[in-house]
Design a protein around this ligand. Sequence first.
Ligand code: PMV
Length: 344
Amino acid sequence: MNSKSSSWRSPSNIALVKYWGKYEPQLPANPSLSFTLKESYTETKLEIQEEISEADFDFEVYLDYRKADNFKPKIEQFLKRIESELDFLKGHKFSIHTYNSFPHSSGIASSASGMSALALCLLSLSPEGQKLSESEFYRKASEWARLGSGSASRSLFGGLGLWGKTEGIAESSDEYAIPYAGKVDPVFQDFKDTILLVEKGQKAVSSTAGHGLMNGHPFAQERFAQAHRNMASLQSILAKGDLEAFGELVESEALTLHAMMMSSRPYFLLMKPNTLQIIEEIWNFRRETLKPLYFTLDAGANVHLLYPASIEQEALDFVNSTIKGYLKNGEYICDQVGPGPTKL
Ligand code: PMV
């Protein structure tokens, strides 16, 4: 058989309303909405190589041209979940080469960009995928990406990605994400996300374990109900371009995510002292300047600084003068809302 390959670049995303809590098969306990990022992405090339004697398939993973066996278990679990759709790979060996635009182990979740890029490569090579229209293709890729990592489902679309059944949005689904089609004020179209790297390396508790701890969590039901309410509020905030209400909702979502971690059993804490210092500094900056500079957090210690492009210079001056000392090697990543995946 001729060698066949597919390559995609797919971005990471940052949730405004957070997904935290799931049930089998990787379905969300509440809807979530995220900004798709531009500069933080994964490029993946999947290449089908020789035929092998086994009935199943075999593969190798490479990160930056080095073999990365540590990624294999998560990818194996993903491939197992979509096994019935991967007949075209059976009896073959293939390689997965990936490259992340952001520094390795920077604490930025590579699962959203990595799993969405891999889902796109697999679907591009699949005979079924080749028959789909463009919108069907991205929807299916989102469904597959979800089975790799829930938040990855939202990375398939530019701008804002919405995942999970949401009241008032008939097309929304727990199975796949959709591009957010509601009215969005232009201020959000090139919104900035400066990612402040407080800590690098592996997280103490994986997000899989964290989601699991929402089962039987004493505040789970109220949290899920709150996420639904926040999805409704965020839609009118996005339409109106109300930055103050945006900041309040998004910061509350971030702190609630971490409050869920701190109040689960066993409890855990992913923020670091410098995370809190940075939050204090952001609040001080806002009090003193009245500028619309807000934060959100992922499942980790890093802080995402969110602000409109119109205050970029002030925001970067603030980072360089006040925040840099709290960051690992003074590092941060300048990102912004982006257009979604690209076929390479
Ligand atoms: O996709 P996962 O299983 O890594 O979950 C990620 C969950 C958060 O990043 C904390 C929130 C979100 O909605 O992206």
